[in-house]
Design a protein around this ligand. Structure first.
Ligand code: CMC
Length: 441
């Protein structure tokens, strides 16, 4: 018997089955053949929240959560962040190799020349209330782009896909900036093709009446590195959403809107906004021990702490702490930093956090930096969305090209009643499954 196999005995039938183990994985579909009778459906795997299910093969991002390793296409994240530009790494993530100088020039030209938004987007934007959340505006606006590019649904055409990929990477900062200016009531700023990706984003956010926007180079580089750290993170909630919606061959603008909606949640990309609110609520270093006690009592979570995959440290959080020093050198120190450092210090010594392997994640310090650069907390997740779009699109492209993939369709264990008779309306009595006494959902 090959050592790379798994043998299981079904004690219901005393039958034994042997399955191949490949890449440390057994195929869930092999278990379907384990039956008690001919008409038995076969065994399924039950895995709520996909805690132990690989849904795809991927060449894009490698994470070793126990050792705190993150690599894009095999390159360690710290090297990429120190040595490369954002668009260079977007090329790497999408095409698998770092570009040559001429490939990079061409790529930068292409992205730069797709940053303009169709004028109709202004009208969509103007429809939002003055206090609309920028993340909701961004999600709706990127979905609205599907109306501008209806041919984008031809997802089996590689040239068409590449065109939409360029448009999305180029236009996400333009939409983000528009949503920010809308919330301030400021006129929208058009892109400036002379500037780098992040400088141009800053230009669209902050240019007022000056003829040419000049970004502070330290802040522009800090933003660029933050973008690099957020570009991809394998099969997280939003990326899985991108793949799942994309598996129905949906227009990529709608896929990105769906993925961004998943990212908006406070347990995912929305956590950076929540960290800032939490630090405001704590208010001063003196209140940190009491707040930690509340967390341990289960009253709330320590936002920006914990990760499904990283159980040692989040390598992005380490790099972000360094960026904070650079930014605070220009802007002055964010007064909330001291509260954050004290939270981290106490939590890292406390058995509750140590035993659960809870460490600061990417969101713990990023919000503080964004705030110091000049962003409102509502913009933080929008800032996460811009670079993560690259990862989503690379994963989408990989999914489309993967002959093993089809429309995603998990199974369920049905636990409800069966084959009931419909009682006529006039004869029905109140029961426990009504709106007044809702069943537990
Ligand atoms: N504060 C306090 N306790 C926590 C925290 C936290 N931030 N995170 C997890 N725990 C506890 C949790 O209550 C559980 O305890 P017990 O075993 O006693 O029930 C234990 O740690 C294991 O947690 P879990 O909920 O099973 O872990 P998970 O892998 O399902 O959740 C997480 C991962 C990131 C959703 C969670 O750690 C969390 O909610 N963190 C706060 C939100 C946050 O910072 N999210 C950003 C994640 S990184 C960026 C991104 O990928 O979007």
């Amino acid at each position: 018997m090959s050592p790379s196999t798994l043998t299981v005995t079904d004690n219901r039938t005393n039958r034994t089955y042997t399955f191949p183990i490949e890449d440390g994985t057994v195929r869930a579909m092999d278990f379907r053949g384990i039956k008690t009778s001919e008409d038995d459906f076969g065994l399924m795997m039950y895995d709520p929240a996909f805690m132990n299910t690989a849904s795809c093969r991927s060449d894009i991002t490698y994470i070793d959560g126990d050792r705190g390793i993150l690599e894009y296409r095999g390159y360690p994240i710290d090297q990429l962040a120190q040595r490369c530009t954002y668009l260079e790494i977007s090329y790497l993530i999408l095409f698998g190799e770092l570009p040559t100088a001429s490939e990079l020039n061409h790529w930068v030209y292409e992205i730069t020349h797709h940053t303009m938004l169709h004028e109709t987007m202004k009208k969509f934007m103007e429809g939002f209330r003055y206090d609309a959340h920028p993340m909701s505006m961004m999600i709706s606006s990127v979905a609205a782009l599907a109306t501008v590019y209806p041919h984008a649904h031809e997802v089996h055409d590689p040239a068409n896909r590449l065109l939409q990929i360029k448009r999305l990477i180029a236009k996400m900062p333009s939409i983000a900036a528009m949503s920010y200016r809308h919330s301030l009531g400021f006129p929208y700023v058009y892109p400036d093709n002379d500037l780098s990706y992040t400088e141009n984003f800053m230009n669209m956010l902050w240019r007022m009446v000056e003829p040419k926007y000049a970004a502070n180079p330290v802040l522009a580089r800090a933003l660029e590195v933050l973008f690099i750290l957020h570009m991809d993170h394998e099969q997280n909630c939003s990326t899985s959403t991108m793949r799942m919606v994309g598996s129905a061959l949906t227009n990529p603008y709608l896929c990105v809107a769906s993925a961004a909606a998943a990212l908006a949640g406070p347990l995912h990309g929305g956590a950076n906004e929540e960290v800032t609110r939490m630090l405001d609520e704590i208010g001063s270093i003196d209140n940190v021990p009491a707040y930690i006690r509340n967390v341990k009592d289960g009253c709330c979570k320590l936002m920006g702490f914990g990760h499904r995959v990283y159980k040692n440290f989040d390598p992005r959080a380490k790099l972000i702490k360094q960026i904070a020093e650079d930014v605070f050198g220009v802007t002055g120190r964010n007064p909330k930093l001291d509260i954050a450092l004290e939270l981290e210090r106490i939590a890292l010594q406390d058995d509750y956090f140590v035993s659960r392997k809870l460490y600061p994640n990417v969101d713990f310090y990023s919000g503080l930096i964004y705030q110091t650069i000049g962003f409102k907390p509502e913009m933080f997740t929008v800032l996460f969305t811009i670079p993560r779009t690259v990862g989503w699109l690379a994963q989408w492209q990989e999914m489309i090209n993967d002959s093993e993939q089809k429309i995603a369709r998990p199974r369920q264990i049905y636990t409800g009643p069966r084959s009931r008779l419909v009682v006529p309306l006039a004869e029905r009595e109140q029961n426990s499954g009504t709106m007044n006494q809702p069943v537990a959902l």
